[in-house]
Write a protein that binds this ligand. Structure first.
Ligand code: GLU
Length: 306
């Protein structure tokens, strides 16, 4: 398998307008890729139909474009890639790596609250892993469609993040297909990043905890693992994740208040040490200055931005 290059991507879920934290992640993903002369791709993670809001994906793309964050090739939409997920799930299943899980959320919550060896709290404890044929038949007869889980054997998976350094996690039997038939995030991301040749995943630090699972999925599928850079989140003044109630948190809010997209980009750049006060650098200037090793690793509080 050839080594992956530094092809990067930004993959928003079209569930809400991008806020300054999301936009900063997109800017950093763009800078990581472009500073290495690599392609930058955009994917819309719209598999979760219940959460997708109409028109939001288009607005997200317009925001990226307004900030000058151009991408290569067509935008990929997960909702159009079902065949690839079905094929990957079939491949895992053919190798005997999957089993049906009939547990309800409440059952999992209850069972997961007891300690289960090396697994972190809240992990799936493996209730359906060793069902006898009769037990499985009884659950099937209940009519509740099963999810499909990957036997992970509490694998310990470590990786070196470009920002966070050494990270590790113990992987539980994760869902690869939800019980409503929708491929799970941890499966779809790996299938998509592999298909697109993404070699460097730059995303918010809140997703670092999903990485051991995704690396495990990649290993089970026999595909190469990308490198990772989990960039710090932006928090509101109260220390909570950025949200509408924190004020002017979207590009549209800022533009309505009289800032230009270039000024908003400067604000994002300033918050990671890439621009001086009252300076509006061009993207080329930002590319010249960009040094991953100098990026902050701690979350930024919005009010500290001047
Ligand atoms: N679509 C995911 C999100 O918006 C991010 C996927 C990823 O970057 O791996 O949270």
């Amino acid at each position: 398998m050839p080594a992956l290059d530094a092809t990067g991507r930004y993959a928003p879920s079209p569930t809400g307008t991008l806020h300054l934290g999301n936009l900063r992640t997109a800017l950093l993903a763009w800078l990581f890729a472009r500073s290495q002369g690599a392609p930058f791709l955009v994917r819309i993670d719209d598999l979760d139909h219940g959460r997708v809001r109409p028109g939001i994906a288009e607005q997200q793309l317009a925001d990226l474009a307004a900030l000058g964050l151009g991408w290569d090739g067509p935008v990929v939409r997960q909702s159009e890639r079902m065949e690839a997920y079905v094929e990957a799930i079939a491949r895992l299943d053919a190798g005997g790596a999957l089993y049906p899980c009939f547990c309800t959320r409440a059952e999992i919550r209850q069972a997961a609250s007891a300690p289960h060896g090396a697994l972190p709290e809240g992990s799936y404890p493996g209730t359906c892993r060793e069902l006898t044929r009769a037990e499985r038949a009884a659950r099937e007869a209940s009519g509740r469609p099963p999810a499909l889980r990957l036997r992970a054997g509490a694998a310990s998976v470590a990786f070196t993040d470009r920002l966070l350094g050494r990270c590790a996690g113990v992987v539980d039997d994760l869902v690869v297909r939800r019980n409503d038939g929708v491929p799970a995030y941890n499966l779809a991301v790996v299938v998509d990043d592999t298909a697109a040749g993404v070699g460097e995943v730059v995303r918010g630090a809140d997703l670092a905890e999903t990485t051991p699972r995704q690396l495990h999925v990649a290993a089970c599928l026999g595909v190469p693992a990308p490198r990772y850079a989990h960039v710090p989140l932006v928090l509101g003044e109260d220390g909570a994740r950025l949200a509408k109630r924190h004020g002017a948190v979207t590009l549209a809010d800022r533009v309505a208040a009289g800032q230009s997209p270039a000024e908003v980009r400067a604000l994002l750049a300033r918050s990671v040490g890439l621009a001086a006060a009252r300076e509006t650098p061009t993207l080329d200037e930002l590319l010249e200055r960009f040094d991953p090793s100098a990026l902050p690793t701690e979350a930024t509080v919005l009010t500290s931005w001047t």
